[in-house]
Design a protein around this ligand. Structure first.
Ligand SMILES: Nc1ncnc2c1ncn2[C@@H]1O[C@H](COP(=O)(O)OP(=O)(O)OP(=O)(O)O)[C@@H](O)[C@H]1O
Length: 955
């Protein structure tokens, strides 16, 4: 660039820092030019021969503003001493004379045409990246897997089915009740992630038992890239002392323990003062409720639940505290629907009838029954109404039996199942779990216990260390047995659970200090940090504790599936607690059979309980969904046997009747609610289709290609690390100071889900990772790559012809949560005209230009644009007109798709509401309101020019 071109008073704009606004040349001395940017109050000095700036000259007809904010349209321009004087008229028709020095400095050149004429021309590679970004963005938003594929998790059908079912609702309120260890935390994470990504939720509160707070923190971060802030009394007080009014306002995602908020009026008030979108409560079986008494924790959660739109309750053992508490948790989800306990009890009995019908349809001759069996058809009428069932029967009769059958079952499950509020997958339905093997070790009872235990309490007989007295560690044969067992299994990680924290503490101290065992302890009386330290020591792969001694409640919900041995130092009376214990090891990720070891005294209460749990109700080797019901039924007989000693005949009778009752209840559950529940918790065909959509959505090779270009353009250094992984490092050449999701130290990242599952030290790069979505947002939300100039050799065209390619997007200022893109038929509208006004859109494609287009140096491009400005402007006008002609068709197509989909959803919900009381009225009104809002916004969409590429035909 010639030195003389910079003249003080001229207006220029920075090519690399457009956000500085319009600059003024203040000096041009010694081959250095200084530019003041008044809007940003910044000054820059550049070498005159390579200053990254462009001259700004407005053409006649353009509307601009003076520094005082007066808008005027330019009618004439005059150049004087290298600077321009603009003449124009303001809105009132007053004439103005404005030297360019007095123009508004805050202008931003974001529109592609403005940038183009301001000489801000991007590289061709950036232009192409912008267009690809728009396409990817649109494809992702339209996919049914949108929001669900970002987690570092295995693609398990039962989890994705639930997540998809729930995440697509507005303000979902559900109870996630999969059996222990099937991944409720992951399901909640998937739902949460989807709601956050789609903009349906922004502020989330998770509350969990003390022992799980860090586990949740880590799971959310490493699996879903969600960074929660832990809030506790100390942190709140510290924040308040440093001037924060309400500590809960300080973050969007907050995690706290249930003990912290329990009955804590002041903190609850602060929580309620914030606007939350979602509340997640883990181990929700702690929320105790009966018709006569409500626990403080229940009341606390009830207060929050009635103020927060979306609610996820998680428990593996929903009926652990009885049907009342189960009912009460459902009541938290929907107080209107669950208002009467007796009615609820009654309803439970009807599930069997629906299930019988479903089972008939599932049977081999289901299609023929549907088509021909008058009795079944009459029954169907009763459940689905005349219209629906007639249509189904007719399609079954006209050869579309399989489709009709599937639809019929779906309708029945939808309308008469429990699936709307309650999801429960069982191990029987989810494959791939290892076996459970029980080892029992009869021991001789210590002398004290052989004599007088008549006055003993139930707790004492079940935890006999309380009977033995202070020196139990020396006297208790279970301790000696443990010592020997650990010696024989030195290399095996073992989890030991006993009921009480005190016993756990004493036992661990004893085996560590007296017996030299590498051990750690974990119970509710420890600080959270120490608990997590102990768990980490146990989990360590090299320097690990051989045994982790846990109390009952302390270990609830924890992940210890890397261990294979579980010692039950005592046994809980409640089979659900037994299941919780086994569930620490028997969880997703367990690679071996689970070995359960139970040392017990012969002829003691423990021996009785062991046999009842094993022989009577088969609770060790298999999950026992009937556990609570069986305990209710037999608790009196069982406890009197435990306290008074075994009368063999009575005991045998107990075992036999328990077996029979267990079988009966299981059969009943299979016939009724549980079978329906299981079917509506995961419909395999839909789950499979969803996982296919997730795999399709992932398109790993496209992502690799896309991100390589992104990193390259943004100046992030990438080195190949492995077959699917890269090392990413920020550099001094980055075009912005920071790259989203990339820390100053850089990171290693893999594109492979399989590798990411095994290598937690690596980031899992997928379309929803913050680095990828952040980069996409940076590109589409800014002017990045929205102008380009190239030359092309296209022999039939006259050399010198200008080709103007314009890209439009259908734009609408709507809340993100409405996700309007999914209804739009295409990502962009492309129009291409030559300078003679010929529409060549169909003849010269983007691919042609991408392939044949050759780079033009910046200075030459700027000159070209300056000289061709008039021609280009008139072509751009034509392009806008041509695009506008498509606008109505596009909007109509979007409206059509949205109406079709939303009407279907509304109809489904309306039909459901008539027969299934689990649908909340507000769900329907919310859906209707959203439908309205989506359609209204779509109607106001406008095509907006997003990018321009000028190609000059060369010879
Ligand atoms: N899809 C998945 N991919 C990888 N790991 C998973 C997946 N689902 C679950 N896991 C792992 O399996 C274990 C059990 O999952 P999770 O803690 O979510 O189960 P849960 O049902 O909440 O258990 P609990 O009933 O004990 O509370 C965890 O270690 C979790 O990380």
């Amino acid at each position: 660039m010639a030195v003389t071109e910079f003249i003080p008073g001229q207006r220029w704009i920075s090519n690399t820092e457009a956000e500085l606004g319009l600059g003024i040349i203040t000096s041009n001395l010694d081959r250095r030019v200084t530019i003041l940017f008044p809007a940003a109050e910044e000054e820059r000095t550049y070498a005159t021969d390579n200053a990254p700036v462009s001259r700004v000259e407005y053409p006649v007809g353009e509307s601009v503003q003076t520094a005082e904010g007066v808008e005027f349209e330019i009618t004439e321009r005059l150049e004087k001493n290298g600077c321009i004087i603009y003449f124009g008229k303001d809105k009132e028709g007053n004439e103005l004379i404005v030297p360019e020095l007095e123009l508004d400095s805050t202008v931003q050149f974001n529109r592609p045409q403005d940038r183009l004429f301001a000489g801000q021309i991007d590289k061709l590679s950036r232009y192409r990246l912008r267009l690809d970004t728009l396409e990817h963005h649109h494809r992702l938003q339209k996919s049914p897997a949108y929001g669900l594929s970002g987690g570092r998790v295995q693609l398990l059908p039962h989890q994705f089915y639930i997540a998809h079912e729930v995440a697509n609702r507005f303000a979902p309120r559900v109870l996630l009740a999969d059996e222990v260890g099937l991944g409720k935390t992951i399901e909640a994470g998937l739902i949460l992630h989807q709601q956050l990504i789609s903009g349906r939720a922004q502020r989330v509160l998770i509350t969990v038992p003390d022992s799980l707070v860090y586990q949740w923190l880590i799971e959310m971060l490493r699996r879903f890239n969600l960074r929660f802030s832990i809030m506790d009394e100390l942190r709140c007080t510290a924040m308040e002392m440093s001037g924060t009014d309400n500590p809960f306002e300080s973050a969007q995602l907050i995690l706290c323990t249930q003990s912290f908020i329990n009955d804590n009026a002041e903190r609850i008030e602060q929580i309620l003062a914030c606007q939350w979108d979602m509340l997640i409560v883990d181990e929700a079986h702690h929320l105790v409720w009966s018709e006569t008494e409500t626990s403080p924790l229940y009341r606390t959660i009830e207060t929050l639940a009635s103020n927060i739109p979306s609610l996820l309750l998680l428990t593996a053992t929903p009926e652990q505290l009885g049907i009342e508490s189960h009912f009460a948790r459902l009541r938290l989800l929907d107080p209107d629907r669950y208002s009467d306990l007796d009615q609820f009890r009654e309803e439970q009995t009807h599930y069997a009838e629906v299930n019988t019908l479903v089972q008939k349809l599932i049977a081999e001759n289901g299609v023929s029954l549907l088509a021909n069996d008058a009795a079944l058809q009459a029954e169907l009428n009763g459940y689905l109404g005349e219209e629906t069932s007639a249509a189904l029967i007719e399609s079954a009769q006209s050869g579309e039996g399989d489709i009709a059958l599937e639809e019929c079952i779906n309708h029945l499950l939808d309308r008469h199942g429990t699936g709307r509020v309650l999801f429960r997958n069982t191990r029987d339905a989810v494959e791939g779990f290892p076996k459970r093997v029980l080892h029992t070790y009869p021991l001789e009872a210590p002398l004290q216990l052989m004599t007088d235990t008549a006055e003993a309490t139930l707790q004492q007989v079940l935890q006999p260390e309380y009977l033995i007295g202070e020196d139990w560690l020396e006297q208790d044969p279970r301790v000696a047995w443990l010592d020997n067992w650990l010696k024989d299994h030195r290399l095996e990680k073992t989890l030991l659970i006993c009921a009480s924290a005190d016993s756990a503490q004493a036992l661990e101290e004893y085996i560590r200090l007296r017996k030299g065992v590498r051990s750690a302890v974990f119970h509710e009386k420890m600080t959270l940090i120490n608990r997590d330290r102990a768990a980490a020591y146990f989990a360590d792969e090299e320097e690990y504790a051989q045994v982790l001694v846990c109390s009952e409640i302390g270990s609830e919900g924890r992940n210890f599936q890397f261990a294979q041995h579980l010692i039950m130092f005592d046994l809980p009376l409640n089979p659900d607690l037994l299941e919780q214990r086994i569930g620490r090891l028997d969880r997703i990720g367990q690679k071996h059979d689970v070995q359960i070891h139970v040392p017990y005294y012969e002829n003691s209460a423990q021996a009785i309980l062991l046999r009842w749990l094993d022989e009577g109700i088969n609770a060790f080797r298999h999950t026992c969904p009937a556990g609570q019901l069986l305990l209710n039924q037999f608790e009196d007989t069982l406890t009197s046997l435990l306290l008074d000693g075994a009368d063999e005949a009575v005991f045998q009778e107990l075992i036999t009747t328990s077996q029979a009752a267990s079988k009966e209840i299981l059969d009943e559950l299979k016939k009724g609610r549980d079978r329906l529940l299981e079917m509506s918790s995961c419909r395999p065909a839909q789950a499979e289709a969803l996982l296919e959509a997730v795999t399709e959505y992932e398109q790993r090779s496209q992502l690799v290609d896309y991100m390589e270009r992104v990193f390259d353009q943004f100046g992030v250094d990438q080195q190949t690390h492995g077959l699917h992984s890269v090392i990413l490092q920020p550099t001094d050449q980055m075009i912005y100071h920071r790259f989203p999701g990339l820390s100053d130290d850089g990171c290693t990242a893999t594109y492979s889900r399989e590798e990411a599952l095994g290598r937690e030290d690596m980031q899992f790069l997928n379309w929803e990772h913050p680095m990828v979505s952040g980069a996409m947002e940076m590109i589409t939300g800014s002017e990045f790559g929205n102008t380009a100039v190239c030359t092309v050799k296209l022999p039939p065209l006259q050399p010198g012809t200008l080709l103007v390619e314009t890209i439009f997007v259908l734009y609408c200022a709507a809340p993100r949560a409405l996700n309007l893109q999914r209804y739009q038929p295409q990502a962009t509208v492309r129009v291409l005209f030559d300078s003679n006004g010929n529409n060549l859109t169909q003849i010269i494609t983007s691919e042609h230009l991408n392939k044949l287009g050759e780079r033009v140096k910046r200075h030459a491009s700027q000159n070209l644009i300056r000289h061709g400005r008039e021609q280009i402007s008139s072509v751009l006008e034509k392009a806008e007109t041509a695009a506008e002609q498509q606008q109505d068709t596009l909007i109509a197509a979007a409206l059509d798709k949205a109406t079709h989909q939303l009407d279907e959803e509304v109809e489904r919900l309306q039909a459901l509401i008539k027969v299934n009381p689990s649908i909340r009225e507000d769900e329907l009104s919310q859906l209707l309101a959203n439908r309205e809002s989506i359609l209204n916004h779509l109607r106001t969409s406008k095509l907006k020019m997003d990018a321009v590429r000028i190609a000059v035909v060369s010879n």
